[in-house]
Design a protein around this ligand. Structure first.
Ligand SMILES: NC(=O)c1ccc[n+]([C@@H]2O[C@H](COP(=O)([O-])OP(=O)(O)OC[C@H]3O[C@@H](n4cnc5c(N)ncnc54)[C@H](O)[C@@H]3O)[C@@H](O)[C@H]2O)c1
Length: 445
C-alpha cells in the first residue's frame, strides 16, 4: 500500500500504539447527550447521517508551509479508533434502555431512531451511584446500595464485566450525568489516602461523580467530565490520574451560549473595543434544564459560565475597557421547548471616544445536537492520548470545555481559536511535524 506523503518517513516525537480492537465508551448518565451521541454514531456507521460538528471525523490539519499543500484529515494523520470499533455502555438512575431514553429525550426524530433501534435497545443502564443531596430534582429506582467504598468497588466490577463481555481492548469514560450541586475541594479531596479513607467513612463531601472518576482511574480508564461538577478537579484524583498513567479532562461541554461567547469576546478584545455589560439568558425544557432549576446545581453551571469572560477580557490588564463589566447569566426551565434551547445575549460594548453600541444574539440551538460530536471527539482523543502515554490533565482538549482544567496555578485559555491551535499543534508535535506559529516570514524572503 502506498502511504500518503505525510505518513512517509515518520519521525514521531511520541510513540503511539495502534488503535487495534474495540474501544468501549462508558457514560455515567444515559440522558439526552449520551443517547444523542450513541444514536448518531450508530446512524453514521450505517451511512444514515453525517458526523457534523466532529473535528476528529471532518477536520483537517495543515502540515508544513502554506505552499506545501499537505492538509490531511485529522483521522488520517493520527491513529484514532474507528467508529465501527466503538461499543457503548452506561449507568443511569432510570432503567430505560438507550432506545427508550432517546425517545424520551425527544432530540432525534423517531423515524431515524427506529433505524438504529436494535443496537440502542441492547444498551441497558447499569445501576447508578446516586445521592439526592447532589442532584435535588431527580430520584430513580436503578441505584446501588452500600458504603461509598462499596459503591466504588461495584463500579470497578461493572467496568471489568463490561470490558470482558464486550471484548474491549480499551475503554474511555465520559460523564454525561446531571449537574451536581456546587461544592469546593475539602480536606477529604487533598490526598488519595484522605479520599480513600473518606470513601470508607461515607464522607458527605465525596460526590457520586467523584466515585465514578475514582473507579475509572483505578481501572486505568481515561475520564472526561462533561458537566461543571468538581469531580476530578481535586488533588487526590489528579494524583491518581498521574500515578496510574491515565489522561483526564473537563469541565462542562462548551456548546450553546458559552460557545458563542468564546467566539465573540476574543473578537471585541482583539479590536480593543470596550464592554460595559453582557446579559445572557436562556430557556431550556429538557431534564438538564429541570436539574439546573435547582439553585445548587445552577451555581455549578454559573461558575463555569461566568469565568469565561473574565479570563478572555483580562480586566486587570485593560481596566479602562473591561474594569466595570457587569456579567449576568440566567437559565430558565421552560418545558415546552424540550432540548431546543433558545438563548438571548445583550452585549453593551463601546468604541472610539467611548461611544456605546449594542450587539444582540438570539441563538435557537439544539443542546444535545451540539454536545454529541464533542463526546465523540473526546472519547477518540482521550483514547489516543492514553495510547501515547499521556497522563493527567490534557490541556490541549480545552477546546471542548467551558471551564478547562489546567495545572494548578495556571489560568485557563478560553479563546476557542487559541484552543484549536493548541490542539492541532499537539497533534503535529505527536507526529513529529513542525509546529505552526503563523509567523510566515519565509514567504517574503
Ligand atoms: N447538552 C449540552 O449542550 C450540554 C452542555 C454542557 C454541559 N452539559 C451537561 O451534560 C450533562 C448531561 O446533559 P443532558 O442534557 O444529557 O442531561 P439529561 O438530564 O438528559 O441526562 C442526564 C442523565 O444523568 C442521569 N444521572 C444523574 N445523576 C446520575 C448518577 N449519579 N449516575 C448515573 N446517572 C445519573 C439522569 O437520570 C439523566 O438521565 C449535564 O450535566 C449537562 O449540564 C450539557
Amino acid at each position: 500500500m502506498n502511504l500518503p506523503e505525510f505518513q512517509e518517513e515518520r519521525k514521531d516525537n511520541i510513540k503511539t500504539t495502534p488503535a487495534e480492537g474495540r474501544l468501549g465508551v462508558l457514560m455515567p448518565g444515559m440522558g439526552s447527550v449520551s443517547t444523542t451521541f450513541m444514536a448518531g454514531v450508530e446512524a453514521v456507521k450505517r451511512g444514515l447521517a453525517e458526523p457534523v460538528g466532529s473535528l476528529t471525523q471532518l477536520g483537517t490539519v495543515r502540515l508544513g508551509k502554506r505552499t506545501d499543500a499537505r492538509t490531511p484529515r485529522i483521522k488520517d494523520f493520527v491513529p484514532l479508533a474507528d467508529l465501527n470499533d466503538l461499543v457503548f455502555g452506561g449507568w443511569d438512575i432510570f432503567d430505560d434502555n438507550a432506545y427508550d431514553a432517546a425517545v424520551h429525550a425527544g432530540v432525534i426524530e423517531k423515524s431515524m431512531l427506529d433505524q438504529v433501534r436494535e443496537p440502542l435497545e441492547r444498551i441497558k443502564p447499569m445501576s447508578a451511584v446516586f445521592d439526592k443531596e447532589y442532584v435535588k430534582r431527580l430520584d430513580g429506582p436503578n441505584v446501588k446500595q452500600g458504603s461509598k467504598m462499596d459503591k466504588a468497588q461495584m463500579l470497578m466490577a461493572d467496568i471489568e464485566s463490561f470490558r470482558k463481555d464486550n471484548d474491549c481492548a480499551r475503554l474511555a469514560m465520559v460523564w454525561c450525568g446531571s449537574t451536581e450541586v456546587f461544592h469546593r475541594p475539602e480536606k477529604v479531596h487533598q490526598t488519595l489516602k484522605d479520599f480513600e479513607c473518606g470513601l470508607q467513612k461515607n464522607d458527605p463531601d465525596i460526590a457520586p461523580s467523584q466515585i465514578y472518576a475514582y473507579a475509572a482511574l483505578k481501572s486505568g480508564v481515561p475520564f472526561a467530565n462533561g458537566a461543571p461538577n468538581l469531580t476530578t478537579d481535586v488533588p487526590a484524583l489528579l494524583d491518581l490520574s498521574k500515578q496510574n498513567n491515565v489522561p483526564i479532562c473537563g469541565k462542562d461541554f462548551k456548546t450553546g451560549q458559552t460557545f458563542m461567547k468564546t467566539l465573540l469576546a476574543p473578537g471585541f478584545k482583539a479590536r480593543m473595543l470596550g464592554m460595559k455589560g453582557w446579559y445572557s439568558t436562556n430557556i431550556l425544557g429538557n431534564r438538564d434544564g429541570e436539574v439546573l432549576d435547582d439553585p445548587g446545581s445552577f451555581k455549578s453551571k454559573e461558575e463555569t459560565k461566568l469565568s469565561v469572560l473574565e479570563q478572555i477580557l483580562q480586566p486587570d490588564l485593560y481596566p479602562n475597557l473591561y474594569g466595570d463589566l457587569y456579567h449576568a447569566v440566567r437559565i430558565n426551565y421552560y418545558p415546552p421547548r424540550g432540548d431546543q434551547k433558545e438563548g438571548w445575549d445583550n452585549i453593551d460594548i463601546f468604541g472610539w471616544m467611548g461611544y456605546p453600541m449594542q450587539v444582540k444574539v438570539n441563538f435557537l440551538c439544539r443542546d444535545s445536537i451540539l454536545a454529541a460530536p464533542l463526546v465523540l471527539d473526546l472519547v477518540l482523543f482521550l483514547d489516543l492520548a492514553q495510547r501515547s502515554g499521556m497522563r493527567g490533565i490534557q490541556e490541549w482538549l480545552s477546546f471542548y470545555f467551558k471551564g478547562p482544567m489546567t495545572a494548578p496555578g495556571l489560568y485557563p485559555e478560553h479563546d476557542i481559536f487559541i484552543q484549536l491551535m493548541k490542539l492541532k499543534n499537539t497533534l503535529r508535535h505527536m507526529r513529529g511535524e513542525e509546529l505552526i506559529t503563523h509567523l510566515g516570514l519565509e514567504y517574503y524572503d
